[in-house]
Design a protein around this ligand. Sequence first.
Ligand code: TRP
Length: 447
Amino acid sequence: MTAAASREAFGSRAGFILAAAGSAVGLGNMWRFSYQASEGGGAAFVLLYIMMTLMLGIPLMLAEFGLGRRGQLTPIGALRRLAGRGWARIGYVFVIGGGLILSYYSVIAGWTVRYAIDSIWHGFPGDSGAHFASVASGSGAIAFHVGFMAATIAIVMAGIKSGIERVSFVLMPALFLIVVGLAVWAFTLDGAGTGYTVYLQPDLDELLNPSVWRAAAAQAFFSLSLGMGAMLTFASYLGKDQDLPGAATIVAFTDFGVAFVAGLVVFPVIYSLGLQGAVSQSTVGALFIALPGAFDAMGAIGRVVGLFFFVALAVGAITSTIALLEVVAASVIDEFGISRRTAALGAGVAITLLGILPATNLDLLGLMDKIAGELMLIAGVLVISILAAWILRHEVAEELAAGASPFWRRQVPRIMAVLRWFVPPVITVILLVSLKETIAAIVAFGG
Ligand code: TRP
């Protein structure tokens, strides 16, 4: 029995789009985006981020969709089948990158669950810095990480249609409702205006800062789940009749929309209480300190709002962790021909064990995010653009046209031209900036 003969598939187009959007919408949108925006000059970052999503993100997502549906296999097998053995090695790097991201991502997801539970039982503590330090260390951090991974493993074991697709159908609409509701509430806060100004009024100096460019591009890749074969894997479960460009556009706009609206919650809340200083206290923990501090200062209403906020984060996180584990598990299934249950369990347990390291060491977590969540993704999208637009140009163009609406079919040559001439050079520059910064971060970690 070959993997292709028994390949699973999504039950519906909406199911695929919700699952892909579920993978994209996650901690990246609500925690990482707001943090990056506050570091990168607020609105300047937001503006660059929109540009990166449109000019790089959507074409790259299409490159992954095209390669995945064409290959009908996960990254390793698809690259081997389409481009030869040498490329399959890059597929391994993708899968390892996905495993690395999942190992620390689940740790952060565990914090969100813990904050949500805490808000029910005793509200948000006055000293949110000390509270975060205790949440993000010791056996508690490990326990919540293990719990989150257990839930992830259970869903992936259930399969594409009855696991991932079904969960996304329920959770994604719930998440939209909560985030929009929170943004409406944040609008009513006294002093929300300052938050909006910082968030939406660009600082022109920051617009020309290469670091902000690098940060905006890396954030776009992370948030759209690009550069490690996740979208490639999802597309491998699709039929030829699906409109790939249409789907990519919906997924990218949904992802941007949730990040943007989450910013409309985070900035007013933090600025209305004058807590912006707390955001730069610690890189990974920023929002886990500043926001709970604000919720605490708001009393009872803060407790309710905080509960919804952290529940939304946890919901976004689980639809992403299942996608991350899916990439690793599906690769194991395709490569070794073992059952889904065994593959999901085996890969999940290995990643859970690896995650114990970042669960107990915040600096390591930050470093892993820089290496696997930025540098490897940037290198990954560069490889994908070259593969899709230089080496497998005709195959990918054909794939993007198949099933596309007449409008999108006419755009395919343009999309391919962007992927061929624009995307690789821009990403090469971004990769060099990122390389420099990552080396500095590794040196700082060692010293
Ligand atoms: N996009 C996810 C988020 O914003 C994180 C992520 C990166 C991801 N790469 C992925 C999720 C691959 C699933 C698959 O939170």
